[in-house]
Ligand binder design. Structure first.
Ligand code: ARG
Length: 460
């Protein structure tokens, strides 16, 4: 089969080389973007009189036919034609004859592929933002139902202070909110048009890049043709943002795994999100959050992979850059899959409020509140901390929790103690007392929920 670039060659390409250099088995995902870019390019060529209007029209009709066939799954891509760009150009030849050869006027595959990737990532970024929002909605829904659910808050995975479960969940809402913001911000840079840069240096034809940018809805053109064809930082940025997003997903998944263990029993995942064991019939395994946690590895890998591919490359295009695609597709697909599962998994989980409450009632997570109590009675915090340390030790030795220590016992540690200490030590009081902005007190959590609604309704 003759290559589109075969003129200078006297021998057929080695079969192994065809297979090794070809990208069609993965870049066929760019088929529709490739056609979209070509349609704009050829329309511009026609309008500028660079090719005759009839030729431009014939190419447009041909490309639209191919587009339809691709959508209907009626095309076969060939390894011999290396990549998506040449496969489609070959199809166009088959469709309309030699006039197809005019499509590539004033263009190179280098600015073409960069344009396809910008178009693809713009579409996917917008879709992923919507998926993140679905997870946020599920979080808000569970938070609403759990504004009175107390649970232990942890540091070092040791019980630290009681908090509201809604507060814990909403922490993830804000992480995802920033992920969304990062994705939205990256669109500014994705919205630069490379097309018109040619192979590396621009073109001798009087093209109108503004027009192509307008047709493809780009905000601006790359002002430097070398940068336009060499840069992949818009992909690096996506992979970085995706990595941060996966970190958040992974941490939440880890908590869901812990919380659903027999040791915690704070939540139960819906049966439809769990799997069984082939040998131990009693088991209900949290495979989905485990895989979400596990898939974080490949998303980080894709970022490191592309950083490494690019780091030593001289300007402008190098074939190494074809390695930018699989990692990007993989991260897109991993994020889409992960976010699509996470939302219904959060939404359908059962919260075991009694277990959580039992946990906060049987620990020393109200200890800080005795210290704060003594501070309000005039003792400096450092001294109060010392006194409470001794009380905690005393309670442990006598197998009591702080609510079981008698008033006489308290008074033996400090004369400042009064009967009002018991109200202060109730877990609900402990939580509500944390009424500083952003704290876990119910009043603050309700304010936070309102902020979350406003974000979701784009009121703010
Ligand atoms: N398949 C190639 C890629 O993805 C397209 C650009 C090829 N350009 C070239 N000069 N060989 O990088």
């Amino acid at each position: 089969m003759k290559k589109l670039w075969g003129g200078r060659f006297t021998k057929e390409t080695n079969k192994l080389v065809d297979e090794f250099t070809s990208s069609i088995h993965f870049d066929q995902r760019l088929a529709l973007e490739d056609i979209e870019g070509s349609l704009a390019h050829v329309q511009m060529l026609g309008e500028c009189g660079i090719i005759p209007a009839e030729d431009a029209d014939a190419i447009i009709i041909g490309l639209e036919k191919i587009e339809k066939k691709i959508i209907e799954g009626k095309v076969e891509f060939a390894v011999e034609h290396e990549d998506i760009h040449m496969n489609i150009e070959k199809m166009l030849h088959d469709e309309i004859g030699p006039g197809a050869g005019k499509l590539h006027t004033g263009r190179s595959r280098n600015d073409q592929v960069a344009t396809d990737m910008h178009l693809y990532l713009r579409r996917k970024t917008t879709e992923i933002i919507k998926l993140v929002e679905e997870v946020q909605k599920a979080i808000v829904r569970q938070a609403e139902e759990n504004v009175d659910t107390l649970m232990p808050g942890y540091t070092h995975l040791q019980r630290a202070q009681p908090i509201l479960f809604a507060h814990h969940l909403l922490a993830y809402f804000w992480m995802l909110e920033r992920d969304k913001e990062r994705l939205e911000d990256s669109l500014k840079r994705i919205n630069w048009l490379p097309l018109g840069a040619g192979a590396l240096a621009g073109t001798t034809f009087p093209i109108n890049r503004e027009r192509t940018a307008e047709l493809l809805h780009f905000d601006q053109m790359y002002p430097n043709s070398l940068d336009a064809v060499s840069d992949r930082d818009f992909i690096l940025e996506f992979l970085s943002i995706g990595s941060i997003l996966m970190t958040h997903i992974s941490r939440l998944s880890e908590e869901m795994i812990l919380w659903s263990s027999q040791e915690f029993q704070f939540i139960e995942l819906d049966d439809s999100f769990c799997t069984g064991s082939s040998i131990m019939p009693q088991k209900k395994n949290p495979d989905v959050p485990e895989l979400l946690r596990g898939k974080t590895g490949r998303v980080y890998g894709n970022l490191i992979g592309l950083l490494t591919v690019l780091k030593g490359l001289p300007l402008a295009y190098n074939k190494d850059m074809q390695e930018d695609k699989e990692g990007m597709f993989d991260t897109v697909e991993t994020l889409e899959g992960s976010l699509s599962l996470l939302a219904p998994m959060i939404d359908s989980m059962t919260v075991n409020q009694d277990k959580m409450y039992a946990a906060v009632s049987q620990d020393f997570s109200n200890a800080t509140d005795i210290a704060d109590y003594l501070v309000t009675k005039g003792l400096p915090f450092r001294q109060a901390h010392e006194v409470i340390g001794k009380i905690v030790l005393f309670a442990i030795e006598h197998q009591k929790f702080l609510l079981d220590v008698t008033l006489e016992e308290y008074k033996s540690f400090s004369p400042l103690f009064g009967d009002d200490i018991y109200a202060v030590l109730q877990p609900k009081h402990v939580v509500d007392a944390r009424n500083s902005y952003g704290g876990t007190g119910k009043q603050q959590v309700l304010i936070q929920l309102q902020l979350a609604y406003d974000k979701l309704n784009h009121k703010e």
